[in-house]
Write a protein of this length. Structure first.
Length: 252
């Protein structure tokens, strides 16, 4: 079962002199990572950023060299929003990148962007903030330019959620949502009597999950992640309540 714990954002961090605030849309980001847009002063970037002095500088894209959920979120977003990306690269924890350099982990990508002028890479929001990197404002599916924040990331989950909570939040229809967002899940077996596990362990896990869905939501924002909506919490608690041990419900 997929038990969500928070909502996270992936942002496009970059390294340019003066740290200008840039705006992007999905098509432009897709073209940059496809290698179709190769310089920062490209007319398509300029059109989204009137009044910003863009340097005549090559763009170097930075991606994850290891398989990751961050890559899955980013490539799923591009696959949903950009048909060309879906047909040429697709989505997944690892993909065949047309161009660019690879860094291991969010910290590796953030490090390469920090150290190299003219780079752009995708990282979790908290890594861009901790590395003091500027990150792009993104146009969402409603046509609004939205900055990644706890509020705008949380808005991405304000959509109709399936009972199993297996849902992509990228390119949310909410007009105030940041478009590159996703749940972070814990993966849990519904039947807990496996691999010699004792009933006490199953009870402890059930209590831990319910604590994470309620009381512990208060720590999310301090760590840079959005809290779950009331609907997501309710549906997740239903999943937790359905856990069994030897086919019988697990006591509270």
């Amino acid at each position: 079962m997929h038990i969500p714990t928070c909502v996270g954002a992936v942002v496009l961090a970059y390294n340019l002199d003066g740290n200008p605030t840039l705006r992007f849309d999905a098509r432009t980001v897709g073209d940059i990572f496809l290698g179709t847009i190769t310089r920062w002063n490209d007319s398509r970037i300029a059109a989204l950023n009137p009044g910003v002095k863009l340097p005549d500088l090559p763009i170097t894209t930075i991606h994850r060299s290891d398989g990751s959920g961050t890559t899955s979120i980013f490539t799923n977003y591009l696959s949903v929003a950009v048909p060309t990306w879906k047909s040429k690269v697709g989505a997944g924890k690892s993909v065949s990148w047309p161009v660019g350099l690879g860094g291991k982990g969010n910290d590796g990508v953030a490090g390469l962007v920090s150290q190299n002028r003219g780079t752009i890479g995708y990282v979790e929001l908290v890594y861009a903030i901790s590395s003091k990197l500027p990150y792009a404002t993104m146009r969402n599916s409603s046509g609004n330019f939205v900055v990644a924040s706890l509020a705008s990331t949380g808005r991405a989950a304000q959509v109709q959620l399936p009972d199993d909570l297996k849902v992509l939040l990228m390119n949310s229809s909410d007009p105030q949502s940041y478009p590159i967002a996703a749940f972070t899940w814990l993966l849990v077996y519904r039947e807990q009597k496996y691999a010699g596990r004792a009933l006490g362990q199953a009870i402890a896990l059930k209590r831990l999950l319910n604590w994470m869905l309620t009381t512990a939501q208060s720590v999310n924002e301090g760590l840079g992640y959005g809290t779950l909506s009331a609907t997501a919490v309710t549906k997740a608690q239903v999943l937790v309540s359905s856990m069994t041990y030897g086919g019988a419900p697990i006591p509270d």
